[in-house]
Design a protein around this ligand. Structure first.
Ligand code: F7E
Length: 332
């Protein structure tokens, strides 16, 4: 039975990854940080096959201990401060976890078995935020980086140090440059879920306004379930390499809102939306659109859910959750 170790198992991608690897017959280990972490309960209840291991990306000895317990064949480093907007408020923490945390993880992999004959395979979650003020359209593996946020800067370090450890120590390390990937498990702070949840709540009459920032930014949005499969495919290659994972389609936030309200059955979306400067970012990433030709050709990866399918999936999920909540409130 192959063994996999996931950091960030409590997040959207971690949950999808745990589910996917379990379905492939892996013994799954998930790192959970902190004392009394409320998200640990979700993992225990919904993913009972995950072996929970304590550890924190800020603490190298804890990472070494966690890997000694898990003895993994594959490590997926998905943990990070992942909310770009927060990274301006907590820039140092973001650098420490999203950036230097990768270095600690690589050191732990090196110490526990990355250089033995039976090499640990390592996946780093790199991000399209590294392209920032884009130098090329669409963006591929050779597009230069120009990050626009402390988060993007930290991800560039994480990416570069992964490549450097592969080149310096022969570590079996891959980096996946993933464009935005969403789904029903997405946190409410991210724009897709904020919009689909609001569309559902407005439809049900429990919310009357949606307050957003920049409606003109363009993103290449895919489905998280498709993207974790790409991560796994990268680690099944003969040689480690880096890949862009994207749909190749881009849409504005405005198009997202329009479609989500349409799926929810709410007409005249403009009358519900207000813009507030507090949701604008000090420096914006205006346009992301990825070219994943390399992944399609070398890995045979193709996204199965398109933008319209993704928005529908998320709105329908939110309609279900919110109507269940509304019914519960009525009976309380
Ligand atoms: O923002 C605009 C905002 O927070 C998308 C993370 O997974 O993907 C994600 O980063 C866009 C931005 O995601 C609101 O200004 C407008 O242009 O959903 P987001 P993100 O920043 O693109 C990358 C690939 C990652 O690696 C990250 O970890 O939407 N926007 N109004 C808004 N965004 C938010 N959150 N809230 C608004 O009210």
């Amino acid at each position: 039975m192959p063994r996999a170790f996931i950091t960030g198992v409590t997040g959207q991608d971690g949950q999808h990854m745990a589910e996917f690897l379990h379905s492939k017959g892996y013994e799954v280990f998930g790192m959970v940080k902190g004392q009394n972490n409320p998200k640990e309960q979700i993992i225990r209840e919904e993913f009972p096959y995950v072996n929970i291991v304590p550890g924190d990306l800020a603490d190298l000895p804890s990472l070494v201990k966690a890997l000694e317990v898990a003895q993994p064949d594959e490590v997926y480093n998905l943990a990070a401060i992942s909310f770009v907007a927060l990274s301006w408020n907590q820039a140092e923490l973001t650098a420490n976890l999203t950036g230097t945390g990768v270095l600690r993880m690589l050191e732990a992999v090196r110490m526990v078995g990355g250089q033995t004959d039976n090499k640990i395979r390592f996946y780093q979650a790199s991000s399209s935020e590294m392209f920032g003020k884009v130098r090329q359209i669409p963006q591929d593996e050779l597009t230069p980086f120009h990050p626009r946020s402390p988060y993007g800067c930290a991800k560039v370090f994480g990416h570069d140090i992964t490549v450097n450890y592969r080149e310096s120590y022969g570590l079996w390390a891959c980096s996946g440059i993933l464009f935005n990937h969403e789904g029903p498990r997405r946190g409410i702070e991210f724009v897709t879920r904020k919009v689909t949840n609001a569309a559902a709540r407005i439809k049900l009459g429990v919310q009357d306004e949606l307050v957003l920032g920049n409606l003109d930014a363009k993103r290449d949005w895919g489905y998280a379930g498709d993207y974790v499969k790409a991560m796994w495919m990268m680690l099944q290659q003969d040689e480690p390499d880096d890949f862009v994972i994207a749909t190749g389609e881009t849409h504005t936030i405005e198009e997202l809102v329009e479609l989500a309200f349409d799926v929810a059955g709410v007409s005249n979306w403009r009358s519900y939306v207000r813009q507030d400067p507090k949701f604008f970012r000090p420096a914006e990433v205006d346009l992301l659109i990825g070219d994943s030709t390399k992944a399609r050709e070398k890995l045979g990866w193709v996204p199965e859910v398109d933008f319209a399918g993704l928005v529908r999936m998320m709105v329908e999920n939110d309609l279900r959750l919110e109507s269940r909540k509304a019914r519960r409130d009525l009976t309380d």
